[in-house]
Each structure stands twice: as C-alpha cells, then as structure tokens.
Design a protein. Structure first.
Length: 139
C-alpha cells in the first residue's frame, strides 16, 4: 500500500532540479544586470568602415567580481549581420546578454538597439590577460 503523502514527496523532489536551475539563471541575470548599470565603453567604427578592433586587459578575477568584467557597447540597426571574434587572449571569453555566454565568437542578426559585450577571464588567474576582439557589422 502506498503512503498517502508519497505522491506529494515525489512532486517536491521532481521540482528541486527546476528550482535549482531557476536560481542559477536568476543569479546569472542579476550579475549581468548589475554590470549593465555601469558605463560600457562604446565601440565606434572609423568613418566609412563597418569593422573595429577592441583591445584591452582582462582582469585576473574572472567573473568573480562583476565590477571587474569589462563592458563594451555596440549600437546597431535592425537586420544587420554582426560578427564578433576573440582574435587573441588566453583564457578570455565574451558574453553578450540575450545572445550567448562565455564564447570566443558570435555571429547573429541584430535587432535595432545596443548590445553589451562583457569580456572576462573564464577561469580566474593570477595576472591580467591581454585580448584582441574584432567586431564587424554589415547590412
């Protein structure tokens, strides 16, 4: 004979993975949301060009400190093709909220607005790491 509360116990146990996943997503969006409140450096294309290069030093703290994630902004029109590539940088990753997380490259069709590129070391290291990112936007 089944225990009268076993069905409830099963439901609670099956919800635990979903609740854990929701907590992780909330934490991730909160950390990027905190970054969005800070000023991002705009990526500007030279006159007559549709490409630019971003260089810098990724802080050693990785993603452990939202204040140390480097932020760049990219203003685009609707329906453009964006290509963003990490050209150099050991242990460096790029995240673009609502597009992808912790990658070395992106290709996507834009919606009119401003995208943020968050640059950081994937695994916290002992030193800063130089990086070079190419950014292209074409109609």
């Amino acid at each position: 004979m089944r225990h009268p509360h076993s069905a409830n116990r099963l439901k609670v146990q099956s919800l635990r993975p979903a609740l854990a996943a929701a907590a992780i997503l909330f934490t991730a969006s909160w950390s990027f949301g905190a970054k969005a409140q800070q000023d991002c450096r705009p990526i500007r294309f030279p006159p007559g060009h549709s490409a630019a290069v971003v260089t810098g030093m990724a802080p050693a703290s990785g993603r452990n400190s939202a204040a140390e994630i480097l932020c760049y902004s990219l203003a685009v029109g609707d329906g453009q093709n964006a290509t963003i590539r990490l050209e150099s940088g050991h242990n460096v990753a790029i995240s673009i909220p609502d597009i992808g997380d912790a990658r070395d490259g992106f290709e996507f069709v834009t919606r009119r607005g401003t995208y943020e590129l968050h640059v950081f070391q994937l695994f916290p290291g002992g030193t800063t790491e130089p990086f070079r990112i190419s950014v292209k936007v074409a109609d």
